[in-house]
Design a protein around this ligand. Structure first.
Ligand code: GLN
Length: 492
């Protein structure tokens, strides 16, 4: 079969069960595509062909024996921030260029237990800090819709791999938009779950109170399948929540769009820098949801202006603490011939970290230092609470909140935005992490340059099923999620 990469997760699962094709055939099919097409896209940092084929054979055996999990034998790609035993985990950094984790992240372990086949590890901004994936030590990834454009970030490799049909599903992480924004830039679906829904164990920490892993795929239905595997309490992550997990697949038709109240924040649609095409596509998608029976309700989110400064204090503060473990002593990059211990720390860190990571460590260290702590860090924490309350108030009147996922479509590679320009591009995603809420990106059309536009729906706590269900129903009434980039149409 030449078009195995066209099949949805449900179709793949059925095909494998009925032995229409084997996991080995499917895995070889994807590996062939990666060998040919990823030479242009550059979404993978590491391809684990041998291990993938061994996993595929094991899945085939389980399928034959009739005791396989629903997803057994289906390939996936992991963002290179999830620790994988025996396989390099780099976090896109020179610091971890040679790092091999002695254990699997819980997300990886769960995927393995479900019989999913790991194709490899995909590219990302260094330590997940960025919005373009260009800060990766391993170089930029191309956007499958226009290879001279970025796929977004930080989970840019995950989004590009899915959009180019180089993996049917991928894991991503989202600290301030890193699942939703690349999903938006690459025209795929991506879900950022409620903080605590997916274990962070073995997920390399950027800003621990904001980081959350989630699924990236071509449709809400495919995301639901992966959510069923990765969601749940984990004793190894004290911030993961011990709360019953929904059956996200069974619930796909659970929420009726009819009667749904969708909040439209006034402040969001007047943001300077909101691209006219993005605004138009998002408004059209809302119109469609209205036709499907939803009601649009104008709401106020008064704290909008505080999102960027609050996040860019809290996230770097946590990063400066988390990244202090990379000292050149225990693991990771170590400089040549250190004179003494201070020289070892200094040079290992200045040679091992890229510019953006160093910038954030400096900002964070400053914000946490004695004398500035109250003025910056404590104040930001107070504003964070106000941002959360703003959302909770809004959810008294509406079921979900709509926004663009990003104010623009994908930037050109090398556009070299200043840090502040880049940070402002996160305006629509940051508050969701600050409040710990779930949110989803759905592709809703293209701009004048044929680059994808994404709609973001923000839900109340634990509403992942509702968000997936709304987008699933939207996708059954539209075909934006079925559009493929020209490069995805190529055969290996
Ligand atoms: N773009 C944001 C940042 O640079 C978000 C990154 C993320 O979610 N990991 O921090």
């Amino acid at each position: 079969m030449t078009d195995l990469h066209r099949l949805s997760i449900r179709e793949l699962s059925e095909g494998l069960k009925k032995a229409q094709f084997s996991s080995r055939e499917l895995t070889e099919h994807y590996l062939k595509r990666i060998a040919k097409i990823d030479a242009k896209v550059k979404s993978y940092v590491t391809v684990t062909a041998e291990q993938a084929l061994a996993e595929a054979d094991a899945a085939d055996a389980a399928l034959k024996a009739g005791h396989a999990h629903a997803l057994a034998g289906i390939p996936l790609a992991h963002k290179d921030i999830f620790c994988t035993q025996g396989i390099k985990t780099t976090a896109g950094s020179k610091m971890l260029d040679n790092f091999i984790s002695p254990y699997d992240a819980t997300v990886v372990a769960k995927a393995k237990a479900a019989g999913l086949v790991t194709l490899g590890k995909v590219n990302m901004d260094e330590f997940a800090m960025g919005s373009t994936s260009e800060s990766s030590y391993f170089g930029a990834t191309g956007n499958p819709w226009a290879l001279d454009h970025v796929p977004g970030g930080s989970s840019g490799g995950s989004a590009a791999a899915v959009a180019a049909d180089l993996a049917p599903i991928a894991t991503g992480t989202d600290t301030g938009g890193s699942i939703r924004q690349p999903a938006s830039f690459c025209g795929i679906t991506g879900l950022k779950p409620t903080y605590g829904r997916v274990s962070r164990f073995g997920m390399i920490a950027y800003a621990s109170s904001l980081d959350q892993g989630g699924p990236m795929a071509r449709s809400a239905e495919d995301c639901a399948y992966l959510m069923n595997v990765i969601a749940g309490h984990d004793a190894k992550d004290s911030t993961s929540v011990d709360k019953e997990v929904d059956d996200y697949v069974a619930n796909l038709n659970g929420t009726a769009v009819k009667g749904l109240r969708i909040g439209i924040p006034k402040q969001y649609f007047n943001v300077a820098g909101l691209d006219a095409d993005v605004k138009a596509r998002v408004e059209e998608s809302l119109k469609k949801l209205e036709e499907m029976g939803a009601t649009l309700v104008e709401i106020d989110l008064n704290m909008t202006e505080a999102y960027v400064p609050t996040y860019y204090l809290i996230a770097p503060a946590e990063a400066s603490s988390n990244l202090s473990r990379y000292d050149g002593v225990r693991y990771g990059y170590r400089c040549e011939n250190p004179k003494d211990i201070l020289d070892l720390y200094k040079r290992s860190r200045s040679e091992g970290f890229g510019a953006e990571v160093q910038r954030r460590i400096l900002i964070g260290t400053y914000a946490l230092s004695a004398g500035y702590y109250d003025a910056y860090y404590v104040k930001a924490q107070k504003v964070r609470r106000l941002i959360q309350q703003d959302f909770l108030k809004a959810f008294e009147n509406v079921d979900v909140i709509a926004a663009p996922s990003a104010p623009t479509t994908a930037y050109k590679i090398g556009a070299n935005l200043s840090p502040t320009e880049m940070y402002l591009g996160d305006i629509y995603t940051l508050a969701v992490n600050l409040a710990g809420l779930p949110a989803i990106n759905a592709p809703v059309g293209f701009d004048k340059d044929s680059l994808p536009v994404g709609l973001q729906l923000i839900g109340n706590y634990w509403s992942e099923s509702q968000l997936l269900s709304i987008v699933h129903q939207y996708q059954q009434n539209t075909d934006w999620h079925t559009k493929r980039a020209a490069i995805a149409e190529e055969n290996a």
